[in-house]
Design a protein around this ligand. Structure first.
Ligand SMILES: C[S@@+](CC[C@H](N)C(=O)[O-])C[C@H]1O[C@@H](n2cnc3c(N)ncnc32)[C@H](O)[C@@H]1O
Length: 250
């Protein structure tokens, strides 16, 4: 039996499980079970999050998180969803199809790399450039300023970049809407302990400097997420950041 388990799992997980099997009286806690599953799911890249499709387009997310996005978009009904990090376009298409079902909303998706094979959809506008470049930020201001906006940050995952994105894009997030900071599971939370400071550390720093966002533990109630403490809801809005009189939905 152990040979079978070993061939399926990374060595660290297999050895922890072996220890558990040798001491059956020592039960795994729920948190340990979730952590082991998270590590296993993440490490099996080629059959899990790197081989997942939305309507035929690759999407680099886990299905639990996609479900939470669906709940957020349904309950907050943003006019504009700004996404940093398009890659294949699967997530932009997923958001666009949810907006189709709601009959409402548009997607602005940004990536530094051009890719002509990304899906075409009337609700999606792609912008090519760094999410922090002046040109891209001007486009975002044009598209999102004054509208009910949510943001998904899934581009360069280094702490300094994510923190700069949070500072630059957080202002567009409307009261009650979300800024989802993706992949806060990196740097040992619990995966890739060698990654270095990333989204998790950026969120910690951002929440220390801004009291206008709170992480929403309800978004983690399905137990397994790549974005622990990454679902940030805007709970306050300083005067200077209030949207201009809204032209309503479109
Ligand atoms: C994890 S992938 C995005 C995955 C996509 N959101 C999904 O769920 O399928 C990250 C993307 O961010 C892009 N990227 C990296 N640095 C960037 C930057 N400074 N500005 C914008 N995009 C960037 C990469 O080219 C890559 O396509």
């Amino acid at each position: 039996m152990m040979r079978g388990i070993k061939s399926l799992m990374p060595r660290t997980i297999a050895s922890r499980l072996r220890r558990y099997l040798c001491e059956p009286e020592k039960e795994l806690t729920a948190d340990e079970v979730v952590r082991h599953f998270h590590e296993l799911f993440y490490s099996r890249t080629e059959s899990t999050w790197n081989d997942t499709y939305w309507m035929g387009t690759r999407i680099l997310k886990n299905p639990f998180d996609l479900w939470i996005y669906q709940e957020i978009i349904f309950s907050t009904r943003p006019d504009i969803i700004v996404e940093c990090g398009t890659r294949h376009g699967g997530s932009a298409l997923y958001f666009a199809h949810l907006c189709d079902l709601l009959g409402h909303g548009r997607i602005v998706s940004i990536d530094i790399e051009p890719d002509t094979s990304r899906p075409v959809h009337p609700r999606i506008t792609y912008h090519i450039g760094s999410s922090l470049s002046e040109d891209v930020l001007k486009e975002v201001e044009r598209a999102a300023g004054g509208y009910r906006t949510m943001v998904s940050l899934d581009s360069d995952h280094r702490q300094s970049h994510v923190l700069s994105e949070m500072r630059a894009y957080g202002r567009y997030v409307s009261l009650g809407c979300y800024m989802v900071v993706e992949d806060t599971n990196l740097n040992g939370n619990p995966v890739l302990p060698q990654f270095g400071p990333g989204p998790h550390e950026a969120v910690e720093q951002f929440l220390r400097e801004s009291h206008e966002f709170e992480d929403d533990p309800r978004c983690e109630r399905l137990l397994f997420t790549f974005h622990p403490r990454g679902f940030l809801r805007r709970v306050a809005q300083s005067l200077d950041m209030r949207p201009r009189p809204s032209p309503g939905h479109r």
